[in-house]
Design a protein around this ligand. Structure first.
Ligand code: ZN
Length: 61
């Protein structure tokens, strides 16, 4: 799976797309942050939060 910018998506990026449905398109963390109008750091924090909650859509990198 690749982002519209051509970047190969990681497992966690795919997880983010499932959590924050970006209107069907699978986006990398950078493009998703722009789409959601939040910082990339904030999304990284969300990944950590989901990990702590035991969400299987994310893995420790
Ligand atoms: Zn992208």
């Amino acid at each position: 799976m690749t982002c519209t910018c051509g970047k190969e998506l990681t497992y966690n990026e795919l997880g983010l797309n499932k959590k924050f449905s970006a209107g069907g398109a699978a986006l990398c963390i950078g493009c998703l942050a722009k789409r959601l109008d939040v910082s990339e750091e904030r999304l990284q924090e969300k990944i950590e939060e989901f990990l702590r909650a035991g969400c299987k859509l994310f893995v420790k990198e």
